[in-house]
Design a protein around this ligand. Structure first.
Ligand code: T4K
Length: 369
């Protein structure tokens, strides 16, 4: 084993290519505030993703906050308990009330039937997550939103490049928010983007990410500093160049893991959908009976050989002390989310994870499940 193996290792383009960008940034002296690389990256990204409008932001957490603010939401927002803490935090930052409903254990995403059962007179929106990049039940969620006049904001932090039935999954809902954090399939050190369908909404988002300024002397809303810098935008332009080869490498590792665990008792993989163009952002496996014991034992075994798999997402959000008071809609026990959180282990997956390191990981999983 070649040193510690983490869940991910960011893809870094050749340094010389990045220093060319840096030199130009140094020459121009424009470091941030919608500089030339920012503008170029925003346009090229919309084209790459096949969406109408993209607004770059400094990270997805701030992106979610801006998205909620852009839609002027205030009330109950139905969301998933099985996610990273940032999803729920964005609701508290915007004074919305998270209402947690259970997930579908096969997709790890919000269960549409549970969403509908949780709607009250105070519900204003749904905030689903395309967990691990697997698309939510977008058609069913849109139907519910239309029937009850709710807005939908997708936390698409994991869903860079994902296509559903031949088209970008980011076109669903009112807004989608991507993350370009260092640990993501596509990274700009820190960063993210909000995707929307119309120019008017994009203008509002762009205003909100720049303190709410309209021109030099007018402030139209209590916006935030959500801007992406030129060094991040330059990194994004370079990442675009390599996005396809990075995805191919991830797909190959996914296929190798999947084959190794096929038919193996006690290890479940997340299925691939025939209608989805996956980005292979994560490789979660589900181990044990849902008590957490077997999963934790395997987690420790992997650590013993310096492999640092992660329990994304354990514990579920309503089990964090600060979220206990919100709980689940109707006191629901959230059995599915809790069970999956006690079973999940995300294995390392990144472009230069060697085959011998993959084999070492596979051997431990096969032995220790
Ligand atoms: N919504 C969802 C569903 C999300 O998953 C996330 C973030 C967000 C919203 C918010 O997006 P951002 O605001 O971050 O754009 C990480 C990431 O910080 C976080 O972005 C991500 N989800 C979450 C799932 O994972 P940690 O605290 O577990 O990361 P950390 O620092 O332990 O890194 C994991 C491993 O990656 C390290 O052991 C080593 C490796 N690594 C990490 C970094 C930062 C590197 O090799 N290089 C690096 O630069 O949260």
């Amino acid at each position: 084993m070649s040193g510690p193996i983490y869940i991910t290792k960011p893809f870094l383009p050749p340094l010389e290519e990045y220093t060319d960008y840096l030199r130009k940034i140094w020459d121009s002296g424009i470091l941030t505030n919608a500089g030339p690389y920012h503008e170029e990256f925003e346009a090229r990204l919309a084209e790459h993703l096949g969406v109408e409008h993209v607004s770059l932001v400094c990270n997805a957490t701030v992106g979610l906050i801006i998205a909620l603010q852009a839609l002027r939401l205030q009330g109950e927002v139905i969301t998933t308990p099985y996610t990273f803490i940032a999803t729920a935090h964005s609701l508290l930052w915007t004074n919305n009330i998270p209402v947690f409903v259970d997930i579908d254990p096969l997709t790890l995403n919000l269960d549409p039937a549970q969403i509908e059962a949780a709607i009250t007179d105070h519900t204003r929106a749904i905030l689903p997550v395309h967990c691990y990049g697997k698309p939510c039940a977008v058609e069913a969620i849109q139907e519910i939103a239309d029937n009850y006049n709710l807005r939908v904001i997708y936390d698409a932090a994991h869903a860079f490049g994902v296509r559903h039935r031949g088209d970008s999954v980011l076109k669903w809902g009112d807004l989608s928010v991507l993350s370009f954090h260092a640990t993501k399939v596509f990274n700009t050190f820190e960063g993210g983007a909000i995707v929307c369908a119309d120019a008017k909404t994009k203008r509002r988002i762009d205003k909100l990410r720049n303190f709410g300024f309209v021109g030099e002397t007018m402030v139209a809303a209590s916006g935030i500093n959500g801007k992406m810098s030129e060094v991040s935008a330059a990194m994004g332009l370079l990442q675009l160049k390599y996005a396809s080869s990075v995805r191919d490498r991830r797909q190959a590792i996914d296929a190798r893991y999947r084959k190794a665990f096929e038919g193996l008792d006690g290890v479940e993989c997340l299925s691939l959908d025939e209608h989805t163009w996956h980005n292979h952002a994560y490789f979660p496996i589900f181990v044990g009976d849902g008590t957490g014991d077997q999963r934790d034992a395997l987690h420790r075994e992997l650590k013993r050989i310096d492999v640092h798999a992660r329990r994304y997402f354990y514990p579920i959000i309503p089990d964090f002390q600060i979220y206990k008071k919100f709980g689940a809609a109707g006191g629901h026990p959230l059995h599915m989310a809790r069970r999956r959180a006690n079973q999940v282990l995300c294995l390392p997956i990144y472009p230069d994870l060697s085959e011998s390191d993959q084999d070492a990981i596979i051997a431990i999983v096969r032995k220790g499940r």
